[in-house]
Each structure stands twice: as C-alpha cells, then as structure tokens.
Design a protein around this ligand. Structure first.
Ligand code: GBP
Ligand code: ZN
Length: 257
C-alpha cells in the first residue's frame, strides 16, 4: 500500500491510501476534497471510501462535498459522533476491506470526541499504519473535549499502545514541534526527545511533514503515552497513570510556549 500526505487548511493532514494491486483508494478526513481528488487523479485512482476520524469540521467538513464530487463514495464514521455525510457507521472492531490486499480495522478511541475512531490499516508483508485523528498526535494528544482522563488513558495507552511497535502513526495535525518543546518541559533530560526535536526542526525548515512516527517512537517521546512510568508520575506529583495523564493535559492546556 501507498500512503500520501495531503496538507489541508492551516495544519491539518488528509491522507490518501492506495492499494496498488487493485488501484482502489481510501481517504482519511478529506476536509478539502478538491486537493485530495487532485492527488488521487495524479496517482490514477478514484477514492471509494472516506474514513472519518471524528465530527469536528476540520476533519469531517469535506464529506458532503466529496460525496457530490465522487458519486457512490462510502463515508465511514463513528456511531456516537454525528459525522456529517456519514453513510456507514462503525463500531470498535469493525472491519472494512480496501481492494484485494488492504484491511482496515476500526478502533473506538474516545475522549477528544465521544465517538472518535482510529483506523488501523494492514497489508501482508508491510508494517501496518494507524490513522489517529486528534486522539494521538506525534509527541502529544488531543484536548479532552468530550471525555475523561480515564477514557484517554484507555484510548492512548491501552488501545493504541497495544498495537505492534512498528505501526506507523499518521495523525490529524502537524503539531509535533510544539508538542516536543512542551514534552521537554516535563522530561528535560530525555535524550530521545531532544534528538527527535532536532530532526523535527530540520523537517519543518524544509517544509516536510514530521508524520509518520511509530508506536515505538511515541513510547519513548510522547509524555501522554509514558504515564505508566513511575518516574514520570513522580515528576508531575501523581501516583497513578490516569492522574498523571490528567495533570500533563492540564499543564499543556496552560502552557504558553
Ligand atoms: C496551538 O496551541 O498550536 N493551534 C493551537 C491548538 C485539535 S483541533 C489548537 C487546538 O486546540 N487543537 C486541538 C487539540 O486537541 N490540540 C491538542 C493540544 O493543543 O495539545 N478543532 O479544530 C480542534 O479539535 C475543533 C473543531 C475543536 C471543532 C472543537 C470543535 Br466543536
Ligand atoms: Zn478535533
């Protein structure tokens, strides 16, 4: 499979996923359908599926338009999330196939929104990929608009944290540089974070994305995924993973970097 980034709006990413054997394609959060369809056209594919991570307009706001531009396209989205233009509601564990070789598995990852879905994509002989919308960002996580720290802990550290370490992580926004600068205020001596920040600055200066990461990388550099570590809990004055997650989110919400 091939995965292409499509920068949209200020700092959003839509993605085009192509099954090369059948030339079938899916798009994740196509908020600017014309941009996405241009990339699809350049690659000789017409998308058959839309995978919507959550109901916010900067993710689902292009669904009605892409349905007009691509008649028959199916629009997937979380059943608890009131996704615009949704034709197929998905629940945790639902499977969708793309072409002959690509399988999509839906995971309910609530908290940023109630019905947020992350899509895990696999194809034989390749490292899998997960599209995490605004639940897991590279070195960060989404704001808790419609859920609790308990839910975010389950979504981030259990559901996404149990995926294979080599899983490539594709998130909904380019927030990595700011996230890592914040992360270093929590763990100033984390060498892996420092190295990643240097790479991220280099990428951004060259106008290149910092996505994808991997689950393994996130375990080393994402403070919100590191809350099981007692030393991190101590550092933020907490004694459980959920308390630490809540506290680090509160710190980030108040941080003016
Ligand atoms: C910044 O600090 O750089 N631009 C600001 C942050 C996701 S988008 C903007 C922000 O708050 N982003 C959201 C978030 O979760 N950020 C994580 C973080 O700052 O650590 N959105 O566009 C946001 O979800 C939205 C749309 C929100 C509709 C509510 C509704 Br309703
Ligand atoms: Zn959002």
């Amino acid at each position: 499979m091939k995965i292409l980034h499509i920068p949209c709006l200020e700092d959003n990413y839509a993605y085009l996923i192509i099954d090369e054997s059948s030339r079938d394609a899916a798009v994740v959060d196509p908020v600017e359908p014309e941009k996405v369809l241009k990339v699809a056209d350049e690659n000789g594919v017409v998308p058959k599926l839309v995978l919507t991570t959550h109901h916010h307009w900067d993710h689902a706001g292009g669904n009605e338009k892409i349905k007009k531009l691509v008649p028959g396209i199916r629009v997937f989205g979380g059943s608890l999330d009131n996704v615009k233009g949704c034709t197929d509601q998905v629940e945790h564990g639902d499977k969708i196939s793309l072409g002959n070789e690509v399988n999509v598995l839906a995971f309910h990852t609530p908290c940023h929104t109630k019905g947020h879905i992350s899509y895990f994509i696999s194809s034989k002989g390749e490292d899998p990929a997960v599209f995490t919308g605004d639940t897991l960002f590279i070195a960060g996580c989404g704001k808790f608009f419609e859920g609790t720290a308990e839910q975010m802990y389950q979504s981030l550290c259990k559901t996404l944290g149990s995926l294979p370490k080599t899983t490539r992580v594709y998130c909904g926004h380019e927030y990595t540089e700011k996230n890592l600068r914040f992360a270093l205020t929590v763990e100033p001596e984390n060498e892996q974070m420092k190295q990643k920040l240097a790479w991220v600055k280099h990428q951004r200066e060259a106008n290149q994305p910092t996505v994808p990461s991997t689950i393994e990388d996130e375990m080393g550099t994402n403070p919100f995924m590191r809350v099981d570590l007692p030393e991190l809990q101590n550092r933020v004055g907490c004694s459980t993973p959920v308390e630490a997650l809540k506290e680090i989110r509160r710190m980030k919400d108040n941080w003016r970097g």
